[in-house]
Design a protein around this ligand. Sequence first.
Ligand code: ZN
Length: 75
Amino acid sequence: MICPYCNKEMKKGILSGDGRSAVTWKEGDKKAGFYDKLGLAGYTVTAVRRTLAAFTVESYFCPECKKMIFDTDVK
Ligand SMILES: [Zn+2]
């Protein structure tokens, strides 16, 4: 997917959180693990407020603009 802000290629990854730690995003098809949350590979998404429910969302991330795009209605 091309970023609509800067027209560069976005990275496909998984946005995830479990309500106990920071919301993170990781490139690929697996959610960020414990070591990713230490800052080794995951990207912490500070805009997301934490709740008690765990979640994962497939999303595209632009490192240039710090923007994400994801489908809100996935069947
Ligand atoms: Zn961009």
